[in-house]
Design a binder for this molecule. Structure first.
Ligand code: CTP
Ligand code: CA
Length: 224
């Protein structure tokens, strides 16, 4: 196996992959998060390893176990994920599959917030988390040659994702439709559209492992 990996098209290439949700603490027992199993990011990291890449896998608290053969970094919050990405640079490619919480609670409570018994409700103030993908995409020095984002959208998926690619400054966006009727969210299959500067390419619905293999191939080609 070692010999096969050593001959892969991504041999000697360093790829950063973020995956899973982030958890933003409210108090010691509560957090806010996005829905994300981590399955697609994990499958992608595994596919990149299979092509010989040196993968730094930065994951929030995901449902699925991390892949073998990666340099594993576990984080909880968006800010920790950003720090881990920065510490992992430089890289030839960076793929941002994580479902990062857009907001955190402005000031985490060190004590558990208690009901007061009179039905009054806590008011949480939020702060916006740093956009990790946009930060890396816009690096002036040491930017990875290929920066790939994901976009889980509803409604006009391709239009939303195309605008997002431009806004963030990344090279590619892997878009998918997560409307409830697609059954994609939480399932083992995915139907994605790969959006590059020169247009959008919709792939047929397939297993997340197959999406991962195909995307890893595209990444290898782009870096070759
Ligand atoms: N992302 C990131 N850091 C954030 C938010 C998002 O790195 N703070 C990355 C995600 O990993 C993904 C891409 O940006 O690759 C798009 O995430 P998405 O949530 O779709 O983008 P947003 O700009 O947060 O837009 P929206 O308002 O649709 O949530
Ligand atoms: Ca978001």
């Amino acid at each position: 196996i070692e010999a096969a990996l050593a001959d892969g098209p991504l041999k000697g290439r360093h790829v950063i992959v973020t995956s899973g949700p982030t958890h933003e603490p409210i108090d010691p027992v509560r957090y806010i998060a996005n829905r994300s199993s981590g399955a697609q990011g994990t499958a992608l990291a595994r596919a990149l390893v299979a092509l010989g890449a040196d993968v730094t896998f930065i994951t929030g608290p995901a449902d699925v176990p991390p892949p073998a053969g990666v340099n594993l970094v576990r984080v909880q919050t968006a800010r920790q994920m950003k720090e881990a990405v920065e510490a992992a640079l430089p890289a030839d490619a960076a793929v941002f599959a994580a479902a990062v919480a857009d907001w955190r609670v402005a000031s985490e409570s060190a004590s558990k917030i208690k009901k007061d018994g009179k039905g009054s409700l806590p008011v949480l103030e939020f702060a916006e988390n740093p956009d990790i993908l946009a930060g890396v995409s816009r690096m002036k020095q040491g930017r990875p040659a290929l920066v790939v984002g994901f976009a889980a959208e509803t409604d006009d998926v391709i239009a939303h994702a195309t605008a997002k690619r431009a806004r963030k400054g990344c090279d590619w966006i892997v878009a998918n439709d997560v409307s409830p009727e697609t059954g994609i969210m939480g399932g083992s299959e995915n139907a994605v559209t790969l959006i590059r500067e020169d247009g959008a390419e919709s792939w047929p619905r397939m297993g997340k492992d197959q999406v991962a293999n195909r995307l890893a191939q595209e990444i290898a080609e782009a870096l070759s």
